[in-house]
Design a protein around this ligand. Structure first.
Ligand SMILES: [Zn+2]
Ligand SMILES: [Zn+2]
Length: 345
């Protein structure tokens, strides 16, 4: 089969591999969609930055896979050939507290392996997956929808749950990359409004507006805080979420959170300096860090997308064949597109 590895230095290497055979508790998936994530760019494609859970081991890349079961190993309990599945992108040890809570992302066992980081991922014709990391994909969702849920939409949904977002809340999303677009889409489904989004990229602001995901697209910059205050009667938003990881955007999200409001940080990396009394304590703000999601919340999200009649794939602006993975990564690296995905067939 064909596969893609990422040697670093902004290169993509195509390799030929044996099709793996599923062992105990494993299934073989024919890949149908495998999207590219900001963390693939940040920690693998540009250079191999990661340690621990983000260490890249030279495996087939792609941690947002979605496909169809074509072979089932011994001792599988739920899946059968022909099933369409989304994949939680980390296989944890299965027996620690974080794994038992469904947050395989938080597993610290040496047995933990993320698809596309420490074990082969979705940028190949087939993927060997643990059955316990696979979730049935509802018929009304596409494979591309499923790929997007496996990381970005799941991450956005988890942070919205952490913030307990509802129709009582205005919602500010700083950073309108794929996770920010997901947060805006799901935040509206949960009842929040108005939805205000900010970004430094005019293209990303235009995309969020064109997709109807935000009510107000505010250019990030010196005037952003005043514009957000204007849009919210001077008080700011009850719920805010940073999906960019930039210090300026995190600070904007916090300063635009109304008194007694809640803020979540989802965008990775970097540092932040706070005036703790003025920015946090005196305004009674609850600040959350939220990392990926749980198996249960991912499953709940798949069901809710059907109920809400939402299609994550509308945020995909560019699709590439596996053979064109180099072009796909170059585009994703530029940071101006919506979601970029590799699709099969
Ligand atoms: Zn991801
Ligand atoms: Zn574990």
């Amino acid at each position: 089969m064909n596969g893609v590895v990422l040697p670093g230095d902004r290169t993509v290497r195509h390799v030929r591999l044996e099709v793996p055979e599923p062992g105990s508790g494993q299934v073989l998936l024919a890949m149908k969609a495998s999207s590219i994530c900001g963390s693939d760019i940040r920690a693998i494609y540009r250079e191999h930055l990661g340690h621990g859970p983000e260490a890249y081991r030279g495996v087939v890349a792609g941690h947002e896979p979605c496909g169809q079961v074509v072979a089932v190993g011994p001792d599988c309990r739920r899946l059968a050939v022909g099933d369409r599945v989304a994949v939680y992108h980390i296989a944890g040890c299965g027996v620690c507290d974080e794994c038992r809570g469904g947050y395989l992302i938080g597993c610290t066992s040496p047995h933990r392996a993320a698809y596309g980081w420490q074990r082969d991922g979705g940028h190949a014709d087939f993927l060997l997956a643990e059955e316990r990391t696979c979730l049935p994909l509802p018929d009304r969702l596409s494979y591309l929808d499923g790929a997007l849920v496996s990381c970005g939409f799941g991450t956005a949904y988890e942070a919205l749950l952490r913030l307990a977002v509802s129709g009582r809340d205005q919602l500010l999303v700083t950073g309108l990359g794929p996770v920010g677009l997901a947060a805006a889409m799901l935040g509206r489904a949960l009842g929040a409004g108005p939805i205000i989004g900010t970004d430094v990229s005019a293209e990303r602001l235009a995309l969020a507006r064109r997709l109807g995901l935000v009510d107000h697209a505010v250019p990030a910059g010196d005037d952003a805080a005043a514009m957000i205050a204007d849009l919210t009667g001077g008080a700011g938003c009850a719920a805010t979420m940073d999906c960019s990881g930039s210090a300026a955007a995190r600070s904007l999200a916090l300063r635009s959170t109304r008194t007694w409001g809640r803020c979540a940080f989802v965008g990775e990396g970097g540092r932040l300096t706070l005036d703790v009394s003025q920015d946090l304590i005196h305004r009674q703000i609850t600040l959350h860090g939220s990392w990926v999601t749980s198996l249960r919340h991912m499953s709940e999200l798949l069901a809710n997308l059907v109920r809400w009649n939402l299609r994550p794939e509308v945020t995909v602006t560019d699709r590439f064949a596996l053979a064109d993975a180099g072009a796909a990564y170059r585009l994703a690296d530029a940071g101006t597109a919506g979601k970029v995905a590799i699709v099969f067939d």
